[in-house]
Design a protein around this ligand. Sequence first.
Ligand code: PGA
Length: 253
Amino acid sequence: MRRILVAGNWKMNTGRAEAIELASGLVEQHGTAGPVDVMIAPPFVWLDTIAAVVRGSAVQLAAQNAWCEPSGAFTGEVSAEMVAGVGCGWVILGHSERRQLLGDTDELVGRKVTAAFSAGLEVILCVGETREQREADETDVVLTRQLLAGLESVDAGVVDRLVVAYEPVWAIGTGLTATTVQAESAHAHLRNQLAVRYNSNVAEATRILYGGSVKPDNAADLMSQPNVDGALVGGASLSAESFLAIIEAASGA
Ligand code: PGA
């Protein structure tokens, strides 16, 4: 059985006090483990502080990115080892904003994924097509390419620490959401590709999250799909109320 995971990607949002308040609110409401796994990904600069807030609770902590080398002359970067050292169990890699705005190529994402696994982290690997690619009927091809490039050097021994997130670029922050049929189809495709790359056990065990304008009112529908194992939530994770409502919806899915 795959446990549902609801992850909040705060992106480059929250000031220090706001971050503490948001995390504290979640810990208050979701301090002990329930039927759904809950994770938050604050900006790097708050990770140390937020690690202290969530310590001992069921709220798990992720970084939004990490570099592909453990240390060295990479001004402005943060390594997976540093992320692990600050108390994160997880890192999000290959988010479309990094791919589109910040220079993450398929190849670089693959190197980051490998480095993150080496550092002992669990990884949320994001993949997703643009609107143009969907309209050109290239969705499956793009998803396959991004998935396989991300997992290029990842062997089956560590893949139990992998979560995949399907995030159609056209749905991120736009208020547009994939229909349940579109989401289920993409997730089923990704699961098939995991079976081809590894084996059917890996494919069956790996959680595949949906991301892209997930809100309290569409979360239950999306997560009721057989291959949708949770959500990666951006905008709606910035309010404890709406994030908790999504967790609540997920609990019934
Ligand atoms: P959104 O972002 O929920 O604001 O669309 C999702 C994401 O980018 O992870």
